[in-house]
Design a protein around this ligand. Structure first.
Ligand code: H79
Length: 452
């Protein structure tokens, strides 16, 4: 009798845990922290990556039948309620003859970026690689017929740039079964009856299979999921298992599971364009874009300046994060000239001051008035966004002993004269002849060599 009760209890527990696994997220992290740190080392050191949103939405480029969209251009199918059959016709117009994978990768490299992540499938459901799961992909459905994911991954390998892909799992406006979306962000204009949609079918027969294709067809350093938590705990687990099976060291961002926590990923993706203003103690990234949209929108010409990008990169690095900066190429395969110019300017700065960014960590010093601090080994890097009017720099909160101070970009490393009292350091910037090349209007960096 006792045995029977125990057996029943056990059975109950098994049933309960199976049911619960489908409806709750546990707080247990599927990835042990030391493993996570080891795996993310290259990524944490890299600090700066290129994000690319490219798909059929580059054809309408933010405008549908004379109406401009105020929203992200990659959301145009949703916002303009474009039917699947109409949207599919965009594939016939997608012929990016000017696309050159080497040029894109070289631009990323020139900007000082160390990795690239491109949309393999966005919410519109169109695959930008050669998929056998459906014919709705760049190779089978466009006159272009080339696999741009393959070309970019090869170009990245050649240039020593890490490569990853973005995949939208929770949404697919092309697939009849991709529903279950309480936020009302599924395709209800072609497929109005939500009760007929079976997310599990879409997941098992389509999304999961495409993810497996990506894992087997390409050398991936990052699988970047976008999601809104429709997948169940068990489905998250299935994906993670799949990734580990094919690419044990491929990083996964935190949008695999619960959007707001990072328990499922190797690092945390903040919200779009969101920056953490403090060190979180674990890897995080800002997936931000260079204007307002992610996909190309010909009406969005509000580009961030190179100074804004540099300040954001420094700010992010000073809080232990990464900057995944997005660009949206055009449907002809070109990158807007303004994006190129901004990235090249950022690259010029990185050439001179990159040492203060790559492999750096937060300095654990209060944010200085003039800019930010980053740190590496025995060096503190003071980033000066705003040059002091009287050429006298006062910085508070450095507890370490300072042995030396010089301008990072000064090849001769001429010593700056400074005074340090318990609570502040005063640097005289007018007593020496400053090397003009070592100064930068966006951000000049002073190195403090410390000896404890
Ligand atoms: O791929 C880019 C976005 O399209 C994607 N994430 C980045 C990297 C993204 N998917 N979902 N979301 C962002 C959040 C969705 C916000 C919404 Fe809206 C609010 C959807 C509808 C209202 C913002 C405003 C996006 C479309 C209109």
């Amino acid at each position: 009798m006792k045995f029977q009760t125990a057996k029943n209890l056990l059975l109950c527990n098994i049933v309960l845990s199976i049911v619960m696994s489908g409806i709750t997220h546990t707080s247990a992290a599927p990835t042990p922290e030391p493993l996570r740190r080891q795996r993310t080392k290259w990524w944490r050191d890299a600090k700066f990556g290129m994000f690319i949103h490219w798909g059929l939405y580059a054809v309408p480029a933010g405008e549908w039948k004379g109406e401009v969209t105020d929203e992200y251009s990659e959301w145009i199918m949703f916002h303009k309620k474009i039917t699947v059959s109409e949207y599919e016709l965009l594939a016939k117009k997608f012929n990016p003859e000017k696309f050159n994978a080497d040029a894109w990768v070289k631009l990323a490299k020139q900007a000082g970026m160390k990795y690239m992540i491109i949309t393999a499938k966005h919410h519109d459901g169109f695959a930008m690689y050669d998929s056998k799961v459906s014919g709705y992909d760049i190779v089978d459905a466009t006159p272009f017929g080339r696999d741009v994911i393959k070309e970019l991954s090869d170009a990245c390998a050649k240039e020593g740039i890490r490569f990853g892909v973005y995949y939208s799992v929770d949404r697919d406006w092309h697939h009849t079964d991709a529903g279950g979306n309480e936020l009302g962000q599924s395709n209800t204009w072609d497929y109005p009856d939500e009760s007929k949609k079976d997310f599990n079918l879409y997941f098992s027969n389509f999304a999961k299979k495409q993810i497996e294709e990506l894992l087997t067809q390409y050398e991936l350093s990052v699988l970047w999921f976008d999601g809104i938590g429709i997948k169940t705990y068990a489905q998250n687990e299935e994906l993670l298992r799949l990734i580990r099976e094919h690419h044990p060291n491929c990083l996964v961002n935190s949008r695999l599971g619960d959007w707001m926590s990072y328990e499922w990923g190797d690092y945390r993706s903040m919200d779009d364009n969101q920056i953490s203003n403090r060190d979180l103690g674990y890897g995080w990234e800002n997936p931000g874009t260079i204007n307002h949209t992610y996909g190309y929108n010909r009406h969005d010409r509000d580009w961030k300046s190179h100074t804004e990008i540099i300040h954001m990169l420094v700010d992010i690095a000073s809080n232990g994060g990464n900057y995944l900066l997005n660009i949206g190429p055009r449907a002809d395969g070109t990158i807007p000239a303004e994006s190129i110019r901004v990235l090249q300017e950022v690259g010029k700065w990185m050439d001179k001051f990159g040492e203060s960014i790559y492999e750096s960590s937060p300095a654990q010093i209060p944010v200085p008035q003039c800019g930010r601090f980053t740190a590496k080994d025995d060096k503190l890097y003071l980033h000066i966004f705003d040059w002091p009017v009287d050429d006298k720099m006062i910085v508070r909160g450095i507890e370490r002993k300072i042995a030396n101070a010089y301008l990072l970009a000064d090849k001769e490393q001429k010593k700056l004269s400074f005074e340090k009292s318990y609570e502040k350091v005063t640097i005289e910037l007018n007593t020496i002849s400053l090397d003009a090349d070592a100064l930068d209007p966006s951000d000049t960096v002073i190195v403090f060599e410390t000896n404890n």
